[in-house]
Design a binder for this molecule. Structure first.
Ligand code: NAP
Ligand code: 8YV
Length: 316
């Protein structure tokens, strides 16, 4: 029998980190099992396993059948994959991986802003299809200088985006539930933020409270010259309303990194040419994913050593 502590790995995430965990713990790869095998494993481990490592955006509900569960170490900052009612019932502590991904995600947000306002993807296609040779110069894009970037969800990542946007000549406005001590204009509602933004960027967490906050009304307030960017969670956006807004010219364009039912993207969005679609790559650099994985490992170390967690997610 292994002397190493048991650790259930609920979902497949960052293979490099999972391989490291395999070397530190007696790991059980829950996602490789069928439903009966999952329940059998959880029953077998019910008195001998108290920790789970999981993707933050998805955590197999079978783990809540583990009566001895006391800790879930998440890979990712947005913990919408955790069932906090069940976690609270079991008195489970949760950690996530904030801050180490701010730069990578903020970079992707800026890439989407520049990409859609300068029409970069269609411009690339224009060269490859030889349209440049045949039809002449490409259409003009929109400059950013003096425009307003409205950030919905000005938290850790939102602030990193604002820092990058200022040197591009953008003014910053934002909406959170609570006003912050920052040198940016606070607007007290999403509608007001949309009305006052040239580019509306959503950096909200997922979950019931933010579901479909970006709807037809908000997009209409953004207006026909406005751009919408989403790097937070797809569940915050009514994707049918967004597809309609794009096809009917209610807004000028959009850039998305996240979707409501990943990895599926609605056909109505795929059909839009004034839209850049990325496959949830905000934090996807070698360096950032390694740093996120190290934080998962460090939180597990701290949990087993009965020391304070490095980045506990306080949900109560
Ligand atoms: P954070 O620091 O907690 O920031 C979230 C901000 O949203 C806070 O300022 C919060 O302010 C605001 N907020 C929350 N609920 C709100 C609501 N109902 N209405 C208005 N504002 C609200 O989180 P973060 O580290 O910046 O990460 C934000 C999210 O980005 C994550 O939860 C995750 O879903 C997503 N994410 C995506 C990627 C990617 O690859 N695309 C990568 C990392 C993270 P108040 O509390 O004052 O409302
Ligand atoms: C994911 C994210 O973790 O941290 C988050 O909340 O959305 C991302 O960093 C990443 O997509 C892993 O696949």
């Amino acid at each position: 029998m292994s002397e190493l502590p048991n650790l259930i790995i609920a979902n497949q995430f960052h293979p490099e980190t999972v391989a490291k965990l395999d070397g530190i713990y007696n790991t059980h790869h829950l996602w490789t099992l069928n439903p009966q095998e999952k329940l059998a494993l959880v029953k077998t481990l019910k008195d001998s396993c108290s920790a789970v490592a999981s993707a933050s955006w998805s955590c197999d509900p079978a783990v809540y059948n583990l009566e001895s569960l006391k800790f879930i170490g998440c890979f990712g900052v947005g913990v919408d994959g955790v069932d906090f009612d069940k976690a609270a019932d079991l008195n489970v502590r949760v950690s996530n991986t904030p801050d180490v991904l701010n730069d990578a995600v903020a970079d992707i947000a800026i890439a989407l802003i520049l990409g859609i306002t300068r029409n970069i993807i269609n411009a690339d296609a224009y060269v490859r299809s030889k349209s440049w040779q045949i039809s002449g110069p490409f259409e003009f894009g929109q400059g950013l200088q003096g425009k307003t970037l409205g950030i919905l969800g000005l938290g850790r990542i939102g602030e990193a985006i604002a820092e990058r946007a200022l040197p591009l000549g953008l003014k910053i406005a934002y909406h959170n539930r609570h006003e912050k001590k920052v040198p940016y204009s606070y607007l007290s509602s999403i509608d007001e933020l949309a009305s006052n933004s040239d580019i509306l960027l959503c950096m909200l967490p997922g979950g019931a409270e933010t579901k479909h906050l970006i709807n037809e009304t908000v997009l209409r307030k953004l207006g026909p010259d406005g751009y919408f960017i989403n790097v937070g969670r797809g569940s915050s956006v009514d994707e049918s309303a967004l597809a309609r807004a794009l096809s009917e010219g209610q807004i000028a364009g959009a850039g998305l990194d996240v979707y409501e039912n990943e990895p599926r993207v609605p056909d109505a969005l795929l059909a839009q040419s004034n839209l850049i679609l990325l496959p949830h790559i905000g934090s996807a650099t070698e360096q950032t994913r390694t740093a996120m994985g190290q934080l998962v490992i460090d939180n597990l170390d701290a949990y087993f050593a009965k020391e304070p967690l490095l980045t506990e997610y306080h949900y109560r």
